[in-house]
Design a protein around this ligand. Structure first.
Ligand code: THU
Length: 160
């Protein structure tokens, strides 16, 4: 028997001022569309902004449904929108932010497992790593350099 360990890493920044300008701008782009979130059931608004290799930014928000399980997460929606608007471009970074009217979220909201899987799939499809930039309504910022740093041992197309 062999016991194996997985190590992963991410960076934590105390404030936006510490971030490179392009990361700050991407977070702002996400924050600017929060009001488009369609979240009448959870009231939890999520926005994502994807920066593409052609310099374009594509944003989206969560889109809930009365049939709860078919609700779509913001980052999932943003990555699909990016792939359709600019099919030749890779996503090089995605910023995700949230707003909960019931409480100040003062820490980054981490993407759900399905969205981590979608991030990994998009990286594999595009052949490049995607930086993931996370901030709550306020507080510190987490940056993951690639999807697998958030989802080690991910399933992927190599099995199929
Ligand atoms: N949500 C996202 O948009 N992204 C995530 O990674 C986690 C959750 C949305 C789904 C639902 O509309 C609301 O947040 C509450 O779960």
């Amino acid at each position: 028997m062999q016991k194996l360990e997985i190590k992963t890493a991410f960076s934590a920044y105390a404030s936006e001022d510490e971030l490179p300008t392009s990361d700050q701008q991407l977070l702002t782009a996400a924050r600017n569309v929060l009001q488009n979130a369609y979240a009448p059931y959870s009231n939890f608004q999520v926005a994502a902004a994807a920066l593409l290799s052609n310099g374009e930014t594509v944003t989206s928000t969560n889109y809930e449904n009365a049939s709860y399980p078919i609700s779509v997460c913001a980052e999932h929606s943003a990555l699909i929108a990016a792939a359709n608007r600019f099919p030749e471009s890779a996503v090089i970074a995605v910023a995700i932010t949230v707003l909960n009217p019931a409480q100040n979220i003062d820490r980054p909201a981490l993407p759900c497992g399905s969205c981590r899987q979608v991030i990994c799939e998009t990286e594999r499809k595009n052949g490049n790593a995607m930086k993931v930039i996370l901030q709550g309504e306020t507080g510190e910022i987490y940056i993951f350099e690639k999807g697998n740093d958030m989802l080690p041992l991910a399933f992927d197309g190599s099995y199929l």
